[in-house]
Ligand binder design. Structure first.
Ligand code: IPT
Length: 950
């Protein structure tokens, strides 16, 4: 059955062959076969990798939001440790292209390294190269120089396609060599465009062009989308049509208000697995917003529990969460609506710490990894529950008969606590569960249980359990399974044995009932109980935990079998070599851990041998190193330097660009001529200065003032105006301002009005209307009481090639940036000593600088940041540089961001660090830069070793 004529044609056109050894039900959809003999295919049930059905449990990460390549493995390993097997990765065109025709894939932009890191961590990759990505990144990923190209974005306009192809050629070359099918890497899918819903003939031409280009560039893996039903068939069709869902929306200010779970079935297309290309993993937060802790609360562990499991119950076998690790929109990468942090309230925080949702993702991820039958299921009509408020969303694997019952509130937003019984028709007959008299299945408000029935725990059939299964594996000649439930809730598990097995309760309170149905174990979820059941083909060890206990269960798989560690902050990897089991991971203050593994004569942890003692559970008790306390220095040695010589009338601006353009590439109509838009003069980031000149003499009428319209990009924008060195005022939260030139300030000859503006980022282009070309800077300058041409303008913004490794977004056009102060502060004599908080009342720009020597404990991963605290009512903005990397933009009166995580590599925890902060004070009330301190987001013993990137 093939409903996808175009997919077929595409296959034929790209000359791909069908593998002979495929299971018959997937042959029709096979998409790639190569000499390396890796194949990626799919059918209506799931993706298959090398013929093996694989549940894609994926998280979104953005390399351009973590400018420290040595930390990429950290993120991938943390994902893997939570059961994720895939990362979905946007590649941002503009991040790699400082100028038309110029591309950089070195250093922090080294995509080869990134993809090798993913591979080494055992993570597949869904590559999403755009050309347009949205992603709350400047221009939606279009390069800054595209603001100077008046093309029809995201369309078949040949001028646009030529530029898009320039990027595709570059990125496809790298992606192609990392395809799983090419032997080097783990790229398994390639997304074409992003949320492109234009199914018109032109839209289809555009999509088809990108697809043909990808194939011509050697992309052979399945082409996927996040375009809902738009490109399921017809010209431009992708092969797997993913969909995006953000059911809670993006307003985090009411974090306990839930909206209903969507029904995914509508986007399950014939012949394709049900794939959520983006499902909500958090939310972005605007300037002045409630802050990311609120977003983490809106999209919390309970949300993951209810919504992600509901997706499983709907038949989804490929789920990607946007974001899994959000990171930092460092430099000027943020869009005007968002501030620097892109923490997103995600499972792994911006500072690389674990949110509670991480542990829920892990419980589900481990389950999906262990329970192979979940990858091929059909909907099963369930019995009605005896509690009408609850529903049973059931599925069955047609080959194994394994059943999945998601018990949840019919209304996914409900928060009542309910109980019910389930009636299951299983291989051994009908069961009303739970069977223990006086007990029931309890469903908390905003909670759900995904229960398993007729499932093989290795060699023993589990008829059912009212606990959820976290994972199971054959380890050291035994089958081991981890079951769990909410703390204090009742549970029971029925196991199928031909004869009464020997049951040993190693710990906890578990009772057994042997009967015609088999062995039933009854218990309450409380800490971690252990039961050894001997009687089947292999002994079965059940570890029955409450939700808290599951947090410290870690699994890694090796070619010699699975390894379970109970304890530690994180288990990153496990490898057997010559009888040694080498583990890497992170340790916290609880040293106790227990290891379930196959035969090994020696166990090492981050390279150091561990003393191990055998336990009654057949595990090894080990003691892991605990972290040293971390003490951070106070930042109390500051110097300062004046940073706005442009204000002075006599400042030499003769080298600045003369504003002489009468046409623009912008979609904004200039209010006055000449055009003053910063982008038209090549100034695309941060601050741009303007100086307007007019002459006072007998023949000229001096203007009495100036009416300005300035676009910075929304609420976080600002501009300040000086006349002959005198401050006239600033405008915030508005684009318009009128300023009189007091006659006492006029001087004979040259008079100068200086205007400081800021570009808070270029708009995305979601609707392909060229919004990224919305003007920034002065859009209209009307002299008052004089001829429109009375004032002539010059402007100066960022110098593009200032620091190629820091790239096109790092610097704006402040004087200190143009002089390179964040990199080379110049002679100490130019800087005067300063005390923070500053009580200055001087509007303008002042730079602050301090230098700190850090010698934090080695062998320990400490995540650092900078915090600015202010008394209320301060009116200033700060741009924060650490070792020349611009890691934050702060607006005192708006917030909400006060804490700026600084990744190791940018900051050196074992060396010397320069912190440089440019402060733009927008009014004359007392109070400049507040208190600045170093903060610690978490510190663990760890193998993570980061090199400085300067
Ligand atoms: C979706 C985009 O595809 C993604 O790039 C990002 O912008 C995300 O939203 C929000 O963070 S599109 C949106 C309409 C949900």
């Amino acid at each position: 059955m093939n409903h996808r004529p175009w997919a077929k044609l595409l296959l034929a056109a790209s000359g791909l062959t069908f593998a002979a050894a495929m299971p018959t039900d997937v042959r029709a959809e096979t998409t790639a076969s190569t000499p390396a003999d890796h194949r990626i295919s799919f059918d209506q049930y799931s993706f298959l990798i090398d013929g093996k059905r694989t549940y894609i449990w994926s998280g979104e990460v953005h390399p351009y939001r973590l400018p420290s390549p040595d930390l990429w493995p950290d993120v991938f390993q943390k994902m893997k440790a939570a059961g994720f097997n895939t990362a979905s990765i946007y590649f941002s065109w503009g991040y790699h292209s400082p100028r038309d025709g110029q591309y950089d894939f070195s250093g922090i932009r080294n995509v080869d390294k990134l993809l090798d890191d993913a591979r080494d961590a055992g993570i597949y990759v869904i590559a999403r190269p755009g050309p347009y990505i949205n992603a709350e990144v400047d221009s939606g990923g279009f390069p800054l120089w595209m603001t100077e190209k008046p093309v029809k974005n995201r369309s078949p306009d040949p001028a646009y396609l030529k530029l898009a192809d320039q990027w595709m050629t570059q990125i496809d070359r790298v992606l192609a060599r990392h395809q799983l099918t090419n032997g080097r890497g783990t790229v398994i899918a390639y997304q074409v465009e992003n949320e492109y819903y234009n199914g018109s003939p032109a839209g289809r031409d555009y999509m088809q062009h990108l697809e043909d280009k990808a194939r011509a560039d050697g992309i052979t893996v399945p082409l996927v989308g996040n375009h809902d039903a738009t490109f399921v068939s017809g010209k431009g069709a992708v092969q797997v049509s993913g969909s995006d869902y953000y059911p809670q929306g993006f307003d985090c200010s009411h974090p306990t208000q839930w909206k209903p779970a969507p029904d995914l079935a509508a986007n399950h297309f014939a012949g394709e697995p049900l794939f959520t290309a983006e499902f909500q993993g958090g939310a972005f937060d605007p300037w002045g917003g409630p802050g990311y802790p609120k977003c983490a609360q809106l999209i919390n562990d309970r949300f993951a529990n209810v919504f992600y499991k509901e997706n499983i119950a709907a038949g989804a076998t490929a789920q990607n969460f946007y974001m899994l690790f959000g990171g930092t929109s460092w430099g000027w990468q943020a869009i005007p609506q968002n501030y620097t942090s892109y923490d997103y309230g995600a499972a792994i925080t911006e500072a690389r710490q674990f949110d509670p949702k991480y542990y829920e993702d892990k419980r589900i991820g481990y389950f999906l990894h262990a329970v192979a039958p979940i990858t091929k299921t059909d909907a099963l009509a369930p019995d009605r529950l005896d509690n009408p408020v609850l529903v049973d969303r059931a599925r069955i694997n047609p080959d194994t008969g394994t059943q999945f019952h998601l018990v949840r509130h019919g209304d996914t937003t409900a928060s009542t606590v309910e109980t019910t019984h389930l009636s299951l028709a299983l291989k051994e007959g009908k069961f009303d569960i739970p069977q223990q008299p006086g007990t029931a299945i309890a469903i908390d408000g905003r909670d759900s249980k995904l229960l398993l029935a007729d499932y093989m725990l290795g060699t023993t059939r589990m008829d059912y359990s009212t606990s959820e299964l976290m994972t199971n594996a054959a380890i050291g000649g035994r089958d081991i399974a981890v079951l769990y439930g909410r703390h204090g809730s009742d549970g029971e598990t029925l196991l199928d044995y031909a004869a009464k097995p020997k049951v040993t309760v190693l710990s906890g309170n578990v009772t057994q009932h042997w009967g015609k149905d088999g062995l039933r174990l009854d218990y309450r979820h409380d800490g971690l109980a252990r039961v050894l059941v001997d009687g089947g083909q292999r002994p079965l060890l059940l570890l029955i935990g409450d939700d808290q206990a599951t947090q410290r269960v870690w699994r890694q798989d090796t070619p010699q079998g699975a390894v379970l560690l109970l304890g530690s902050h994180l288990l990153r990897s496990a490898h057997y070599t010559d009888g040694t089991l080498a583990l890497t991971g992170d340790g916290d203050s609880d040293a106790n851990a227990e290891l379930f593994a196959g035969d090994a004569t020696k166990v090492t942890w981050n390279g150091q041998p561990l003393a191990a003692a055998h336990t009654a559970s057949g595990s090894l008790a080990v003691s892991l190193p605990v972290p040293q306390p971390v003490t951070l220095p106070q930042l109390d040695h500051w110097t300062q330097r004046a940073g706005a010589p442009e204000i002075a009338r006599g400042f030499n601006d003769s080298q600045w660009r003369v504003a002489n353009r009468t046409t623009t590439s912008s979609v904004t109509k200039p209010g006055t001529l000449p055009v003053l838009f910063a982008d038209d003069y090549g100034f695309h980031t941060g601050n741009t200065w303007y100086r307007g000149h007019f002459t006072v003499d007998a023949t000229h009428t001096a203007p009495t003032g100036l009416k300005l319209a300035v676009k910075s990009g929304g609420v976080a924008g600002a501009f300040s105006v000086w006349f002959n060195g005198h401050f006239l005022g600033s405008v915030t939260r508005n684009e318009l301002g009128a300023f009189g030139f007091p006659s006492a300030m006029l001087v004979p000859g040259d008079n100068v009005v200086s205007v400081l503006t800021v570009d808070m980022g270029h708009e995305e282009d979601y609707n392909s209307t060229g919004e990224n070309r919305t003007a920034r800077g002065i859009v209209s300058a009307e002299p008052l009481g004089a001829d429109a041409k009375a004032i002539t303008w010059r402007l100066q913004g960022a110098l593009v090639d200032e620091s190629p490794q820091r790239g096109p977004y790092n610097f704006g056009g402040l004087y200190g940036e143009r002089q390179g102060w964040p990199l080379k502060p110049g002679p100490a004599a130019d800087w005067q000593s300063a005390t923070l908080p500053s009580d200055s009342a001087q509007p303008g720009v002042t730079w602050y600088r301090t230098n700190i020597q850090l010698s934090l404990p080695k062998g320990q991963d400490t995540s650092l940041g900078l915090e600015i605290t202010d008394p209320p009512g301060r009116h200033y903005r700060a741009t924060i540089f650490v070792n020349g990397w611009q890691m934050g933009n702060y607006v005192a009166e708006l917030g909400p961001q006060h804490r700026f995580p600084i990744p190791n590599g940018v900051i050196d925890p074992h060396g010397n660090n320069d912190i440089t902060i440019a402060v733009w004070k927008t009014d004359a009330t007392p109070g400049g830069l507040g208190t600045v301190s170093l903060i610690n987001f978490g510190s663990y013993t760890s193998p993570v070793d980061v090199g400085a990137i300067r």
